[in-house]
Write a protein that binds this ligand. Structure first.
Ligand SMILES: Cc1cc2nc3c(=O)[nH]c(=O)nc-3n(C[C@H](O)[C@H](O)[C@H](O)COP(=O)(O)OP(=O)(O)OC[C@H]3O[C@@H](n4cnc5c(N)ncnc54)[C@H](O)[C@@H]3O)c2cc1C
Length: 804
């Protein structure tokens, strides 16, 4: 065994072996993999080996496509068969709503270059004769689905990695990890130690244990999962072609051919976690006791939908555990505050996702960047609130919903409420309908008296529509109150604070008492953040950004921090906020403070410490509504008192509460982009329409050269605002944009802009089409709706309201 290596990958399941292969492919040859037992001995060996490209997140879908296309490559290098069967697959919808869901997935697939197609039910039966047509309403066919041999794939990765220089040590358990002061690791195994620059936790069923070796509690949990294999089915035996891979959403069933029978698996509603707190080390190539009663409801539906399966009878039942993250996507990346420790775990679909995970992680390790937008799998999407019990509740929920529809306006109930601010109960009394963001409850809208504060889930406009319209009207014509605590807030202090921020962010830093908007770029010139920066003192700044990205940004900030002179602290719930917005917001706030808030004394983009009665507050003259307005930040202890004062004073001004749904509508009509939608690490600042916040003449900053190159070459695509011909359903995001019969771009977010009375969407199109006068269509739920680019924001294009 080597005593030194550049990387030690811990875990020889499909994921660890893929990471190892991709590291060698990227040119790192001094890499080893250590496996406790035989390769595949965790969850990999008993997998059903099914694979598909469909995923709610288009970026994950792209990596799934990559994985499936990779098998040929590793077979060639390794000489090991992956047992690939590309049979094609069919997704069956039994309800109209499911059909809408499939239409969405189909549309999304278009701009990803996938070639899925709807087929008639007769055609579906022709391609998959075991189904009973009468139970279905529609079928979507995907030519790139099928199955692989799990052990074949894992060994092919490992052998291909070996061919390219890697070493694999089997029957070698890692028992401890100790970090040296230089950031490298002492990887202690049963057979000796390896000093490694980097370690990768690909521990699968034991990822939590390998995390705990360095004090981490990773948000993953294994669930028991069952599939059965039938006896011989005459129709299958007689078929000249292999049966398709099938997903039957109503039965919550997946199927594929196995020998001359079928393999049928299910994600049952009452799923059972396995080894909830820790995984036994002696669990190896083992299966769990089958429990047919638990999956009986799904089997009943399956037998009804596919009578040949019932006739054939069951030959074997497999019950095995595999791990999930709270939202079902992988958990990948470096860990904030822990040098040279990488994770690649929580991979629930190793044969669709393993390749993409290996590629992204190896890019990240070798080049400092995953090379794609992998936010949906980034470990940083979970904060420290994602504890063991939180993970347990969410993983169970996610498992039980695996084949259920997730509506675009749906807020899932498990593990809630968890994080709340002091005004939570007050807002609840006001009939708030809550959503959750980074574990924190926040108001989406406020139901009027007589209406239950519950939002009906829908692909089209929901029961919230009319009320949200009223909330928007209040902001545009009077004054509205909203809580802003979901934003992330950071305090940056020290003699070097200004210079440091100016090196990280692309805009010039503000004068004291002022605010600037400042995007952040990676060295490749892509957007990795979008902030509001306020200078509160010579050596004190407050930085506000997207709440969901707190860990993601802190990981980057801390990695860029100099040894001395600057300190950064996330304020999370220490500093909470309320915002008043609308033409009467100044009058309202003025009635509460002694300072002069006139436009001359406290103009747009001012920031100051101002007492509101007895309450010390920081007030910024800015809101995301695009209207006159203020963000008021207070230490958490004061939030209720502040809220009560504003509500009391607001009576005279007709103050109305508004929530995130109205804010979304208001920002759309201002063409304001948001983080994780319009602004993501696949876009440069010029294409994202942020050029006015990029100061190329100030000091050097991270990503400057690449930004300059983007500017000089001219952006290839542009973020534009569309007005969509209204058919009662609005864009949500990820719809394809058509121009003269071809898909040319995609939507990043959309909705109904109530004040201007139009269905609006933001999205990217090729730069040369950004000024095209006509010819656009956007596909919403299977319908191509005419759309036109609005050259300017639809509401107050000159920004007079914000500045007035
Ligand atoms: C019944 C069932 C059906 C499934 N069907 C499918 C399917 O159809 N399609 C699909 O894509 N996925 C399927 N899966 C899921 C699939 O199995 C997983 O996505 C995949 O196995 C995850 O691989 P992994 O490498 O992350 O984890 P694992 O396979 O658990 O590998 C982790 C490895 O790390 C090793 N290890 C852990 N700790 C240490 C240590 N300290 N030192 C050394 N080694 C260590 C373990 O021994 C193990 O071999 C199924 C799973 C089950 C249970």
């Amino acid at each position: 065994m080597k005593s030194h290596a550049q990387v030690v990958v811990i875990g020889g399941g499909v994921v660890g072996c893929s990471v190892l292969y991709h590291l060698t492919k990227a040119g790192w040859k001094d890499v080893v993999l250590v496996e406790r037992d035989e390769l595949t001995s965790g969850s990999t060996w008993h997998a059903a080996g099914g694979m598909h490209t469909i995923n709610l997140d288009p970026n994950v879908a792209k990596l799934q496509q990559y994985t499936i296309n990779l098998y040929k490559e590793i077979e060639e290098i390794s000489g090991q068969s992956c047992g690939v069967h590309i049979t094609g697959g069919i997704m069956l919808a039994g309800t109209e709503e499911r059909l809408d869901w499939l239409r969405q997935a189909h549309a999304r697939g278009r701009y990803l270059g996938m070639s899925m197609e709807f087929v008639s039910l007769d055609e579906a039966v022709r391609r998959f004769p075991l189904m009973e047509k009468k139970y279905f309403k529609g079928a979507l066919y995907d030519p790139i689905e099928g199955h692989v041999d799990p052990a074949g794939v894992t060994n092919a990765y490992a052998k291909a990695a070996r061919v390219q220089g890697a070493e694999v040590y089997r029957f070698t358990r890692v028992t401890a990890l100790e970090q040296f002061p230089d950031g490298s690791w002492n990887v202690v195994t049963e057979k000796g130690s390896i000093r490694a620059e980097h370690v990768v936790n690909a521990g699968g069923l034991w990822a939590r244990e390998v995390g705990r070796m360095v004090g981490l509690e990773l948000p993953v949990l294994a669930m028991e999962h069952q599939y059965l294999i039938t006896e011989e089915i005459p129709e299958v035996k007689a078929s000249k072609t292999e049966m398709l891979h099938v997903i039957d959403f109503e039965g919550e069933i997946y199927m594929r051919q196995e020998g001359t029978g079928m393999l049928m698996g299910t994600y049952e509603r009452r799923g059972v976690p396995w080894s909830e707190r820790s995984t036994p080390w002696n669990f190896t190539h083992e299966l769990l006791a089958p429990d047919l009663d638990r999956i009986a409801p799904s089997l009943e539906v399956g037998f009804k939908h596919y009578p040949a399966i019932e006739r054939a009878g069951i030959k074997k039942v497999i019950n095995g555990p595999f791990t999930f993250a709270p939202d079902g996507n992988p958990v990948v990346g470096p860990i904030r505050g822990l040098r040279n420790y990488w994770v690649a775990c929580g991979v629930m679909a190793g044969f669709s996702q393993g390749g993409g995970v290996g590629l992204a992680l190896s890019n990240w390790m070798v080049n400092g960047d995953p090379g794609f937008d992998i936010w949906a799998m980034d470990v940083a999407r979970f904060g420290d609130w994602a504890t063991l019990a939180y993970t347990n509740a969410k993983v169970r929920e996610n498992y039980s919903r695996r084949f259920r529809i997730r509506f675009p306006n749906e807020e899932l109930p498990a593990a809630r409420p968890l994080r709340t601010t002091p005004v939570y109960d007050r807002l609840k009394e006001r009939r708030a309908v809550f959503g959750v963001s980074y574990g924190l409850e926040h108001a989406l809208w406020f139901a009027p008296e007589g209406m239950e504060p519950v939002e009906e889930v829908a692909f089209r406009r929901s029961n919230a529509h009319a009320t949200v319209a009223e909330e928007c009207r209040a902001v545009r014509t009077g004054v509205g109150l909203m809580e802003t605590s979901t934003y992330s807030k950071y305090e940056v202090t020290g003699a070097g604070a200004e210079a440091w921020l100016s090196r990280l962010l692309v805009n010039r830093m503000p004068q004291q008492g002022r605010i600037v908007l400042a995007p952040m770029l990676n060295p490749g010139g892509k957007l990795i953040g979008d902030f509001t920066v306020a200078k509160a003192g010579p050596e004190r700044f407050y930085v506000f950004g997207s709440g969901i990205a707190e860990d993601y940004h802190m990981r980057w900030f801390e990695a860029q921090l100099p040894a001395s002179g600057v300190a950064i602290r996330p304020l999370r719930s220490e500093l909470v906020g309320l915002s008043v917005a609308g033409p009467k917001s100044r009058e309202l706030l003025q009635s509460l403070v002694a300072e002069d808030l006139s436009n001359d004394a406290f103009p747009f983009l001012s920031f100051r410490q101002i007492d509101i009665g007895m309450i010390p507050a920081k007030i910024g003259r800015i809101t995301f509504t695009g209207d006159l307005g203020y963000e008021i930040w207070v230490v958490v202890d004061y939030q209720r008192a502040l809220y009560d004062r504003i509500v009391e004073a607001g009576r005279e001004f007709g103050l109305r509460h508004f929530g995130a749904r109205a804010l979304h509508s208001l920002r759309l009509e201002k063409s304001f982009g948001t983080w994780a939608r319009e602004f993501r690490p696949i876009y440069g600042p010029f294409e994202a329409g942020l050029s006015r916040f990029v100061d190329l003449r100030k000091n050097d900053f991270i990503g400057r050269d690449a930004a300059l190159a983007e500017k000089e070459a001219g952006p290839k695509r542009r973020l534009v605002t569309f007005v969509v011909s209204d058919a009662g359903a609005d864009c949500i995001g990820d719809e394809p944009v058509w121009h003269e019969g071809k898909v040319v771009g995609w939507i990043t977010s959309g909705g109904y802009a109530h004040h201007v009375g139009k269905s609006v969407a933001l999205g990217y199109v090729p730069a040369e089409l950004a000024a095209a006068p006509s010819g656009f269509e956007i596909e919403i739920l299977g319908n191509r709706r005419p759309a036109a680019i609005a050259p300017k924001p639809l509401f107050d294009p000159e920004g007079k309201r914000m500045r007035g």
